[in-house]
Design a protein around this ligand. Structure first.
Ligand code: XUL
Ligand code: CO
Length: 432
C-alpha cells in the first residue's frame, strides 16, 4: 500500500518513454565487462530526502511531509516512505545518519534505544526486498552539544558522547550489512583561532579515529572506514580540508592503510579543486572509497547539494574512477536535496531519475574514452622518456654530483615539447 508516492510507478529503463523513465541508466547494460548497476552502485540518501524540511538561512520549512515529527511513529512512517521511494527508483543502496531515521531522545541511552528499534524496522524492510546499505554514519553536528565539534571539542564529555554515539552507529551499520562507515567531520574545525588549540584538536581527532579503527577490527566489520573531506561550512575552517590534507593527517596517526575517503563533488569545488582532481589525488594515494555526486551552484558558491546535471563534469570523474579499476566497497551516493520550491512527491523521484541518467551518460562516455585509449596513449607518450633504464637509475640512484657529471658528459640540453592541452580537450569533446 502506498504511503506517500501515490500513483507513481516503478521507474524503468525506456529511452522512448513519454513520462518518468531512465533514458540512459540501464542497470543491465554491460559497460567494459560489468553491469552498469555494478559500476555505479547508486545510493539514495536519507537526510536530504526525508529529514530536511526545506529551510534556508532566510526562511524555514517549505515541505509538508506527513512524517515530520518527533515520535517513533513519525520515524516509522518516514522509513515507510523512504523504502517506497527506494523501490520506485530501483537503486541498489541507501545511506543514513542516525539522526535522520530515529527521533532525538532525552539522552544517550534513549538515542540508542530509538536507534536500535529503527534498525530492526529497517532490517525487516531490507529483508522484504529493500535496497542494501552502502554506508551508515553518525550526525555529530546538528545538535547544539556539538556546536564546538565532536572529537575536537574542548570538552572531554562531548568527545565521550561522540565516541559512544559512533559505536552505536557502527553497530547499526554492521547489523544492517553496511558496506562502509562514513565520518564527515561536521564541526571538526574552528570559527576563530583566538580560542583554538590546533595541536590538541588534531591529537583528539587522531585518537578518536584510531579508536574507530580498533572497534572496526574488534567487531569484525568487513566494510571500509571512510573520511569525507570538506574545506569549510559549517565552520570557517574544517580540518578535513581536502584529499591531500586528510592524507597528511592519516599518515601522522599511522592510519593510511586503514581509512579511505568519501569524496563529494561540491566539497571538491569549495576546496578550490575540480572533482576529478580530488578523485585522481585519492586514486594516486590508494585512498578512493566512495563518492557523493552532489554538486553546488557555481554562482552561489556554497554547499547547495544539488543533483548532478553536467555530463562532461561527471564523465571526467568516472574516467578517473574507471581508470583506477572502479569501486570496490564504495558507490555513487546522492547527498543531494531538492530546491525548496520543489514541493511535490514526484519532484523527489524526478530529481533522482535525472541525476542517475546524468551519471549513466557520464559513465558511458568515460568508458568510451578509456576504450578509445587516446588520452592514455598521449599520457604514456608524454612520460615515455622516464621508461628507460637510464632515467630510472638517475631517479632512484643518482646524486646531484653524478647527475651533473652526466649532464656535462652527454651535453644534455632539454628541448621543450607541447603539452597538447587543446588537442586533448578536443579529444574529450568527441565523447561527452
Ligand atoms: C555534509 C555532507 C554529509 C556527509 C555525511 O556536507 O556531505 O551529508 O556526506 O555526514
Ligand atoms: Co556528503
Amino acid at each position: 500500500m502506498s504511503v506517500y508516492f501515490h500513483n507513481i510507478d516503478p521507474v524503468r529503463f525506456d529511452p522512448d518513454a513519454d513520462g518518468l523513465a531512465y533514458r540512459h541508466y540501464n542497470p543491465e547494460e554491460v559497460v567494459m565487462g560489468k553491469r552498469m548497476e555494478d559500476h555505479l552502485r547508486f545510493a539514495i540518501c536519507w537526510w536530504h530526502n526525508f529529514a530536511w524540511q526545506g529551510g534556508d538561512p532566510f526562511g524555514g520549512q517549505t515541505f509538508d511531509r506527513p512524517w515530520f515529527g518527533d515520535t517513533m511513529d513519525h520515524a516509522k512512517l518516514k522509513a515507510d516512505a523512504a523504502f517506497e521511494m527506494f523501490n520506485i527508483l530501483g537503486a541498489p543502496y541507501y545511506c543514513f545518519h542516525d539522526a535522520d531515521m530515529r527521533p532525538e531522545g532525552a539522552d544517550f541511552a534513549e538515542n540508542t534505544r530509538n536507534l536500535e528499534e529503527m534498525v530492526d524496522y529497517l532490517g525487516q524492510k531490507m529483508a522484504d526486498g529493500g535496497p542494501k546499505l552502502l554506508w551508515g554514519t553518525a550526525n555529530l553536528f546538528s545538535h547544539r552539544r556539538f556546536m564546538s565539534g565532536a572529537a575536537s571539542n574542548p570538552d572531554p564529555d562531548v568527545f565521550a558522547f561522540s565516541a559512544a554515539t559512533v559505536k552505536t552507529c557502527m553497530d547499526a551499520t554492521q547489523k544492517l550489512g553496511g558496506e562502509n562507515y562514513v565520518l564527515w567531520g561536521g564541526r571538526e574545525g574552528y570559527e576563530t583561532l583566538l580560542n583554538t588549540d590546533l595541536r590538541r584538536e588534531s591529537e583528539q581527532m587522531g585518537q578518536f579515529l584510531s579508536k574507530v579503527v580498533d572497534y572496526k577490527h574488534k567487531i569484525g566489520f568487513k566494510g571500509a572506514i571512510l573520511i569525507e573531506p570538506k574545506p569549510q561550512e559549517p565552520t570557517k575552517h574544517q580540518y578535513d580540508y581536502d584529499v591531500a590534507t586528510v592524507y597528511g593527517f592519516l599518515k601522522k596517526y599511522g592510519l593510511e592503510e586503514e581509512v579511505k575517503l568519501n569524496l563529494e563533488q561540491g566539497h571538491a569545488i569549495l576546496a578550490g579543486h575540480s572533482f576529478e582532481h580530488e578523485i585522481a589525488m585519492a586514486t594516486s594515494l590508494g585512498l578512493l572509497g566512495s563518492i557523493d555526486m552532489n554538486r553546488n551552484d557555481y554562482q552561489s558558491g556554497w554547499d547547495t547539494d544539488q543533483f548532478p546535471n553536467n555530463v562532461p563534469e561527471v564523465a571526467l570523474a568516472y574516467y578517473e574512477i574507471l581508470k583506477s579499476g572502479g569501486f570496490t566497497t564504495g558507490g555513487t551516493n546522492f547527498d543531494a536535496k531538492l530546491r525548496r520550491q520543489s514541493l511535490d512527491p514526484v519532484d523527489l523521484i524526478a530529481a533522482h531519475v535525472g541525476g542517475m541518467d546524468v551519471c549513466a551518460r557520464g559513465l558511458k562516455a568515460a568508458a568510451a574514452m578509456l576504450m578509445d585509449g587516446g588520452l592514455e596513449n598521449a599520457r604514456a607518450a608524454r612520460y615515455a622518456g622516464w621508461d628507460t633504464a637510464e632515467a630510472q637509475a638517475m631517479l632512484h640512484n643518482g646524486t646531484l654530483d653524478s647527475i651533473t657529471a652526466d649532464v656535462l658528459a652527454k651535453g644534455i640540453n632539454p628541448q621543450p615539447r607541447s603539452g597538447q592541452q587543446e588537442v586533448l580537450e578536443n579529444l574529450v569533446n568527441r565523447f561527452v
